[in-house]
Design a protein around this ligand. Structure first.
Ligand SMILES: [Zn+2]
Length: 466
């Protein structure tokens, strides 16, 4: 150990290192963007005093929606208000060092062309590292032959929606895409809501004059999520595909996953912050549209089931589905269940809210927190052990965490371009004070210090089971 003394670029001294399965006091020595020494004598060019702080693996938020800074007018994609620059600034500010973006092909664009497009934008603008998930929206124009090629190029995920697009008319193509993805070592990510049930419920509400936002949950009923989840589980069983259910929101959908796992299906479950903190009564508030995501907020018993699943390991990850809007675009008078704008900003708040409501309130252990916000995603998305843990040889992606810092959620403090938070005013205990990405301090006590374009697009290995 002595031989390395004085040769570190950065040292972190006096902190408590926490991983998914260990907790110990140790100084860290960082060189060339990686952790090269844990414990022993460390002295570096630059030292961070982490006494009284936790040193956590940087967060991995595998599910975000960032917009091109200059999208073509006909892209058909919603204009979320964060691009790769502001979105990854928000990540850095929230202790997150890797984000996974949903890359939607524009009309007529192939999956590979869409990935090339977003990769160029991310390499130019990102402050932290980025993985890209190609989204299959239209098998008629997006050749499935791209799927193994994408995996070979290090993009080892495929995302699709059961709730809209080509799935409704051609589910067989998606079954074949799932089979191809499995064969290429990819993780298939599925939005599980049944399109026909949503369309029918929405049409009935509108026909009966009940299209107000207060009725939004009835437009996307739990049954639509449960049946689609069962179908995704069946696809996983038929093809052997490791399958990741994005933003699972209900106890019933979790039951389907539990049954599928018992039969041997390779399933992973993501939930989303909204479903852990809020219930459907919120939509009756005068500006209830600000809470709208897909699926909707659910009932109190669903919230209890998700926390239990998070504590016992049935829920593997918590990711934001960060899809940010400005308040004036999100809450528009006269909006109904057909004109809502789904999605909220959550990159700045994912980790602090989960720490405060989960760890500080005793609902989940600190190790489960690290597993759900970093380690499990690293394994599932082909990044482990380079990312998602603190180990010699791993990327120095770290959040220096103040477990005692209490302050209210205030959107004006945040890096996202969204100007409101669904948790505005909540008292939160536990915040990142410094975020480090590959050995660079990218966020320091309220200020983003990472430069635009230092982030990189990650080439990933095959998905690994947990
Ligand atoms: Zn999403």
């Amino acid at each position: 150990m002595g031989a390395d003394q004085g040769r570190f670029d950065l040292t972190i001294r006096g902190g408590t290192v926490v991983t998914a399965d260990a907790r110990f006091e140790a100084d860290l020595g960082i060189r060339g963007g990686r952790v090269v020494q844990i414990g022993g004598q460390v002295r570096g060019e630059r030292e961070i005093d982490a006494s009284g702080k936790l040193v956590l693996p940087g967060g991995i938020d595998a599910h975000v929606h960032l917009t091109l800074s200059d999208p073509p007018g006909d892209s058909g994609e919603p204009r979320w208000c964060d691009d790769f620059h502001s979105g990854t600034r928000a990540a850095a500010g929230g202790g997150i060092t890797t984000v996974g973006n949903m890359t939607f092909p524009h009309p007529g664009q192939t999956l590979r062309a869409a990935i090339e497009r977003d990769a160029a934008e991310a390499e130019r603008d990102a402050v932290v590292d980025v993985m890209l998930h190609p989204v299959l929206t239209d098998p008629a124009t997006q050749p499935l032959g791209d799927i193994p090629a994408l995996a070979a190029e290090g993009h080892t995920t495929l995302k699709y929606f059961m709730s809209f697009g080509g799935f409704r008319t051609d589910p067989e193509a998606y079954l074949e895409a799932t089979r191809l993805a499995a064969g290429a070592g990819m993780l298939t990510m599925v939005h599980c809501e049944d399109a026909a049930m949503i369309a029918h419920a929405t049409d009935r509400l509108m026909a009966e004059g009940h299209g107000a936002i207060a009725n939004y949950p009835r437009s996307r009923p739990i049954a639509a999520e449960v049946s689609a989840t069962a179908r995704a589980v069946a696809f996983a069983e038929l093809t052997g595909a490791p399958t990741y259910v994005v933003h699972l929101s209900s106890a019933g959908a979790l039951d389907e996953v539990r049954r599928g796992r018992r039969r041997g299906a390779h399933l992973a479950v993501e939930t989303r912050p909204l479903y852990l903190y809020l219930t459907e009564e919120r939509f009756a508030e005068p500006d209830g549209a600000k809470y709208v995501g897909q699926p909707p907020l659910r009932r109190a018993d669903d919230v209890v089931a998700l926390w239990r699943g998070l504590a016992n390991g049935e829920v593997d990850t918590v990711c934001t589905d960060h899809a940010p809007w400005r308040y004036a675009d999100k809450v528009v008078s006269g909006m109904d269940v057909t004109t809502i704008r789904p999605g909220v900003a959550d990159l700045d708040t994912l980790l602090p809210m989960l720490y405060s409501e989960g760890v500080a309130k005793g609902r989940i252990s600190l190790h489960r927190f690290v597993a759900a916000t970093a380690t499990n995603a690293a394994k599932l998305f082909g990044l482990y052990p380079r990312k998602g843990t603190i180990a010699v040889g791993a990327d120095a992606d770290l959040a220096i965490w103040d477990p005692a810092l209490t302050k209210p959620v205030r959107a004006t403090d945040f890096q996202t371009n969204a100007d409101y938070s669904p948790y505005e005013g909540w008292e939160v205990t536990g915040w990142p004070v410094i975020t480090i990405s590959r050995g660079d301090v990218v966020y320091d006590n309220g200020r983003v210090t990472g430069s635009r374009g230092r982030g990189t697009v990650l080439r990933r290995g095959p998905t690994a089971s947990l």
